[in-house]
Design a binder for this molecule. Structure first.
Ligand SMILES: C[S@@+](CC[C@H](N)C(=O)[O-])C[C@H]1O[C@@H](n2cnc3c(N)ncnc32)[C@H](O)[C@@H]1O
Length: 216
C-alpha cells in the first residue's frame, strides 16, 4: 500500500510502510515499549481494547479517545473499571472473550491489543471479530510477543515452556506466529516493527508491533 499522508480513520497519520520480509529488528525492552506506546498515542476515535487487563495502556491513550474495554476475567474487569474511571473513561468494560465481541458491526475505529493474541483461544476468530466490529478503513494495533524463527534454540524453549505458560499465564502460548495470522486474515498490514527483547543471557524473546487496516 502506498503512503498517502491522509489521516486514516482511527489514526492521527499514516505511518511509513515497511515491506513484508524486510525485518528491521531493534533490541531491548525499552525500544519495544516506546514503539508500542507511541503507536497507542497515535490512535483516535472509538478505541476497543481487547484483553485490557488492568488498564496498562490508559497512560498512553490521547485525550479525546472514546475507550471501550473488553476483558474476559471478571476479577480483572472490576479493577479495570476502577482504573478506567480514574482515567476519565466512564463506560464499564465488556466482560467477554474477543472471540465473540458483544458490539455491533462497524461500530469502532480501532481495535487495540497488547500481549493478548498469545492467550486467546482462537486467533483467527478474534481477527474476524476485530474486522467485523471495525468500520471500513478502521485500524488494528497489536503489540505481542511471538514465536522465534523455526530451528532456533529460543523456539525450542518456547515450545518446552508452553505447557507451563498455558497453565500459569492466562493460557499464554509463547510460540505463536501472530504476524502470520494477521497477514492471513482480512487485514492489510501497514507496518510491522520487530524487536528482540533479552530475557536471560543470550536468550531474546521476539516481540512485534503490527499496524493494519480493515479494507474499505
Ligand atoms: C498478559 S495480559 C495483558 C493485559 C493488558 N493487555 C496489558 O498489556 O497489560 C493478557 C490479557 O488477555 C486476556 N485474555 C485472555 N484470553 C482472552 C480472550 N479470549 N479474549 C480477550 N482477552 C483475553 C486476559 O484475561 C488478560 O487480561
Amino acid at each position: 500500500m502506498a503512503e498517502t499522508g491522509a489521516a486514516p480513520r482511527g489514526g492521527a497519520r499514516r505511518p511509513p510502510v515497511e515491506a513484508p520480509g524486510r525485518p528491521a529488528q531493534r533490541v531491548g525492552w525499552s525500544a519495544y515499549a516506546s514503539a508500542r506506546d507511541e503507536a497507542i498515542r497515535r490512535l483516535r476515535g472509538r478505541v476497543l481494547e481487547i484483553g485490557a487487563g488492568y488498564g496498562a495502556n490508559f497512560a498512553h491513550l490521547s485525550t479525546g479517545v472514546e475507550w471501550i474495554g473488553l476483558e474476559p476475567s471478571a476479577r480483572r474487569s472490576v479493577a479495570l473499571a476502577d482504573n478506567a474511571r480514574r482515567h476519565g473513561h466512564g463506560a464499564a468494560p465488556l466482560v467477554a472473550g474477543a472471540e465473540a465481541i458483544p458490539l455491533p458491526d462497524a461500530s469502532v475505529d480501532v481495535v487495540l491489543a497488547t500481549t493478548v493474541l498469545c492467550s486467546v483461544r482462537d486467533q483467527g476468530r478474534v481477527l474476524e471479530e476485530a474486522g467485523r466490529v471495525l468500520v471500513p478503513g478502521g485500524r488494528l494495533l497489536l503489540a505481542e510477543h511471538v514465536a522465534a524463527p523455526r530451528g532456533t534454540g529460543t523456539r525450542r524453549l518456547q515450545r518446552l515452556a508452553r505447557p507451563i505458560t498455558r497453565l500459569l499465564d492466562h493460557g499464554c502460548d509463547p510460540a505463536r506466529d501472530t504476524e502470520g495470522a494477521v497477514r492471513g486474515s482480512l487485514f492489510e498490514v501497514e507496518r510491522v516493527h520487530r524487536f528482540a527483547v533479552p530475557v536471560l543471557g543470550r536468550l531474546a524473546m521476539p516481540f512485534i508491533v503490527v499496524e493494519a487496516v480493515r479494507p474499505g
